[in-house]
Write a protein that binds this ligand. Structure first.
Ligand code: 5GP
Ligand code: MN
Length: 336
């Protein structure tokens, strides 16, 4: 393991830096990556962000977005950049399986691997770690990294601030979750002071849907929502055909799971969607209920206690039945 002083020394010389994040990156993944990008370019490094897959259109306005390389669309260039990197920043994930086909490329690289993350149980591929499961978002840890560990508060310019604000905003459900401490609000205030236009960022991220996406949401709530009061659980499942019918793209399904949690008394919510190769589950819970335990135990996934995800190789119908069959085991926890 590298200590902070050694990493700081390393960053005094221009480096070839690759920043990567988990597949299907969300607001925190992209906000952290591009926040770090906009910071490191000011220090004179050659920096590239590589995402394992594409990501939602509502994140494409982020400062630095044109510099992002998508691995699945540009595998040769991505491989070359990873091979040439002297430092690889791994942001918002802590197991290399989360970067899909880039897994072995990063594992075998001789670059110094810096992991900044807030998920449970790091796998241990990193040379330097800034990790806390108490952080509201990886973007919060990137803020700490820049301001405290690297002592570079003066480099939090408007672009860095905008990206980090976006990461914290999206991972805290717009500053609603229990992780949103007073300290988080202090950081947010500092980011606004540094130029983040809070009202504009909210508009760009949340008021940016297509008509189809809004109608799809209506369809899900009216026709697809299943409520199981005896388990204080509600879920929505959608097939590939339904996604096609509404021309649903990457990112359009994000956040729909949260609507199921807005019903009074519901403690566990799920969104189960049939993708081209497998079925993907998104779980959300309130209080102490361990959504991540269900994902880890039954759906080859994981995440946070209140926001977790996983996948299933079974059909959509079988996956829904499996999900329902698990609930009796958790009944006591759900109804307490
Ligand atoms: P989402 O439901 O938005 O896809 O994911 C919510 C959270 O669950 C993510 O922040 C991530 O921590 C976790 N997560 C989602 N899918 C997976 C998965 O397949 N494996 C693991 N380990 N975690 C996941
Ligand atoms: Mn995150």
């Amino acid at each position: 393991m590298l200590d902070t002083a050694s990493l700081k020394d390393l960053l005094l010389q221009p480096q070839d830096v690759v920043i990567t994040t988990h597949h299907k990156p969300d607001g925190d993944a992209m906000g952290s990556s591009l926040g770090m990008y906009n910071y490191l370019v000011q220090k004179g490094h050659r920096v590239r962000v590589i995402t394992p897959t594409d990501y939602p259109d509502f994140l494409h306005w982020l400062p630095g977005n044109p510099e992002v390389t998508i691995y699945t669309q540009n595998p040769d260039l991505s491989k070359q950049l990873i091979a040439d990197a002297s430092i690889i920043f791994c942001l918002d994930f802590n197991a290399l399986s989360r970067i899909n086909d880039m897994d072995e490329l990063v594992r075998q690289s001789n670059a110094v691997k810096v992991m900044i993350d807030h998920h449970l149980e790091p796998e241990g591929f990193d040379d330097y770690r800034h990790w806390s499961i108490n952080a509201s978002a990886t973007a919060q840890l990137v803020y700490d990294f820049i301001t405290v560990l690297m002592d570079d508060r003066n480099l939090i310019n408007k672009d860095v601030a905008t990206c980090l604000y976006t990461g914290i905003m999206t991972d805290t459900g717009s500053f609603r979750f229990a992780t949103t401490t007073a300290q988080v609000h202090h950081i947010i205030a500092d980011l606004i002071n540094a130029g983040a236009e809070n009202w504009h960022i909210h508009q760009l991220v949340y008021d940016n849907f297509t008509e189809n996406r809004l109608r799809f949401l209506g369809y899900c709530l009216l026709n697809k929502l299943v409520v199981l009061p005896e388990f204080r659980t509600a879920f929505i499942s959608v097939s590939k055909q339904e996604l096609e019918q509404y021309q649903i793209k990457t990112g359009d399904t994000e956040g729909i799971v949260n609507y199921a949690l807005t019903i009074n008394g519901i403690r566990l919510a799920a969104f189960i969607v049939e993708r081209s190769d497998k079925v993907k589950l998104s779980l959300r819970s309130t209080g102490d209920f361990p959504a991540n335990e269900i994902c880890k135990k039954y759906f080859n996934g994981g995440g946070h206690r209140n926001a977790a995800g996983g996948t299933s190789e079974e059909s959509l119908e079988q996956t829904v039945n499996r999900f329902k069959s698990i609930l009796p085991d958790y009944k006591n926890l759900l109804i307490q």
